[in-house]
Design a protein around this ligand. Structure first.
Ligand code: AHG
Ligand code: MN
Ligand code: MN
Ligand code: MN
Length: 358
C-alpha cells in the first residue's frame, strides 16, 4: 500500500485514529483519549530535550510510594500526563507510578476509560540525556471487579490502595477499579524519547509505529503491523544482580555466553530504560529480562503500567511476555503498584528461559 502513495501523502497519528474510529475498531472516546496521550508525549518529549537548559535535571526531593527518589522530570511528566488525560474529558480513572492510589477524574464531564501509566520510564538516565519513555495502558471499567467492603475490614492495605478508587456508599462496594488482568487491555503503547521520538501503539490489531516529525510537529506513521523476529541473539538483563539470582537463572545466563554452532555467543545490550531496551528487542529480536532476586522478591518492574502494556504490545507483534512461568497478561493484579518478574521478547528466547526456570 505504501508504494501507491504519492510522496506528499502522509498518515499522521490523528488521521490514523480517525480511520480506526470510522472503521468501528475504536469508539470516539478512545480516539480522544489516545489523541490526548499523544499530546502529553509531545510535551514530555520537549521537556526532556530541553531539561538541562530549563533546570529540569536532578531530583525533586520527594520519594514516591514505592520508595524511589523522584526526579524533577518524574513529577513534571506525571503532571503533564494527568492534565492531558483530565482535560480530554474522556478518562474516568488514572493510575500512575507516581501516584499513591488511583485518581478519579473530578471534572463534571468525565468519561469511563481507565488509564494506567508510567509517565517517565528510565528516569535514572535522564541527567545523562540517555533514552527514556512513557508507557500506558487503557482499560474499560469492569463490573466483575466489584469488591466487597466487608472483605476489607481485616486487611492491612486499604482496599482503595489495592484495587479501587471510589466506594459506592449505598451498595458498599468498590465501583471503579483497575483490578483487571492485562488480557483486558483495550489499547497500550509507549513513547520513546531518543534520537527520534517514537510512538508505538496497539489497539489489538497489530503494532503501529509513528515517528514525531519535528518539521510538522506531528506523529507520522512509519511502520505498520510490526512483527518481532521469532528468535534473536541479543539479551538485555542487569547482570550486576547476577550473584543475587537463583541457580537456574544463572545457568540460563551462562548458556547465552557459550558460542553456539556459529562460534558466536549472544550480544549484551542494556540501557536501563525499559522502553528503550524493549523497542530494540521488538525490532531486532532477542530478550529483555528483569528477574526476581534475593533482594527484590518480585523483581523491580510494575505489572500494571510496565509489564502488562509491554506484554500486550509484544503479543500483538507475535512475541511473548512471561514472568518465567506464566503469561503476564493472565496475572490478576492484587495491588496497584504490584511488581512481577518479566521476560519479554522473541517467542523462542522467552521459551528458552522458561525451560531453564521450570
Ligand atoms: P522508572 O524509571 O519508571 O522507575 O523505571 C525504571 C525501570 C526500567 O525502566 C528499567 O528497565 C529498570 O528500572 C532498570 O532497573 P536497574 O537500574 O535495576 O537495572
Ligand atoms: Mn520510578
Ligand atoms: Mn518505568
Ligand atoms: Mn517512571
Amino acid at each position: 500500500e505504501a508504494s501507491k502513495k504519492s510522496s506528499y501523502e502522509i498518515t499522521t497519528l490523528t488521521t490514523w485514529l480517525l480511520k480506526q474510529e470510522q472503521a468501528g475498531t475504536i469508539d470516539g472516546e478512545m480516539t480522544i483519549v489516545l489523541a490526548s496521550i499523544s499530546t502529553a508525549c509531545k510535551q514530555i518529549a520537549s521537556l526532556v530535550q530541553r531539561a538541562p537548559i530549563s533546570n529540569l535535571t536532578g531530583v525533586q526531593g520527594a520519594v514516591n510510594v514505592q520508595g524511589e527518589d523522584q526526579k524533577k522530570l518524574d513529577v513534571v511528566s506525571n503532571e503533564v500526563f494527568s492534565n492531558c488525560l483530565k482535560s480530554s474529558g474522556r478518562t474516568g480513572v488514572i493510575a500512575s507510578e507516581e501516584e499513591d492510589v488511583p485518581v478519579a477524574v473530578e471534572e463534571s464531564y468525565s468519561g469511563n476509560y481507565i488509564v494506567v501509566f508510567d509517565p517517565l520510564d528510565g528516569s535514572s538516565n535522564i541527567d545523562a540525556a540517555v533514552s527514556t519513555g512513557s508507557i500506558f495502558g487503557i482499560y474499560s471499567p469492569n463490573d466483575e471487579c466489584l469488591a466487597d467492603i466487608a472483605d476489607d475490614q481485616n486487611n492491612e492495605t486499604p482496599l482503595s490502595a489495592r484495587v479501587c478508587l471510589q466506594l459506592d456508599q449505598v451498595e458498599q462496594r468498590c465501583i471503579v477499579s483497575v483490578c483487571q488482568p492485562g488480557s483486558n487491555l483495550l489499547a497500550a503503547g509507549y513513547c520513546m524519547y531518543s534520537s527520534s521520538v517514537i510512538f508505538v501503539l496497539t489497539i489489538g490489531t497489530g503494532v503501529y509505529v509513528f515517528t514525531l516529525d519535528p518539521m510538522y510537529g506531528e506523529f507520522v506513521l512509519t511502520q505498520e503491523k510490526v512483527q518481532i523476529p521469532k528468535a534473536g541473539k541479543i539479551y538485555a538483563f542487569n547482570e550486576g544482580n547476577y550473584a543475587l539470582w537463583d541457580d537456574k537463572l544463572k545457568s540460563y545466563m551462562d548458556s547465552l555466553k557459550e558460542p553456539g554452532p556459529s562460534g558466536k555467543p549472544y550480544s549484551a545490550r542494556y540501557i536501563g530504560s525499559l522502553v528503550g531496551d524493549f523497542h530494540r528487542t521488538l525490532l531486532y529480536g532477542g530478550i529483555y529480562g528483569y528477574p526476581r532476586d534475593q533482594k527484590s522478591k518480585n523483581g523491580k518492574l510494575r505489572l500494571l503500567y510496565e509489564c502488562a502494556p509491554m506484554s500486550f504490545i509484544v503479543e500483538q507483534a507475535g512475541g511473548k511476555g512471561s514472568d518465567g512461568h506464566q503469561r503476564i497478561l493472565d496475572i490478576m493484579p492484587t495491588e496497584i503498584h504490584q511488581r512481577v518478574p518479566l521476560y519479554i521478547g522473541s517467542v523462542e528466547e522467552v521459551e528458552k528461559v522458561e525451560k531453564f526456570l521450570a
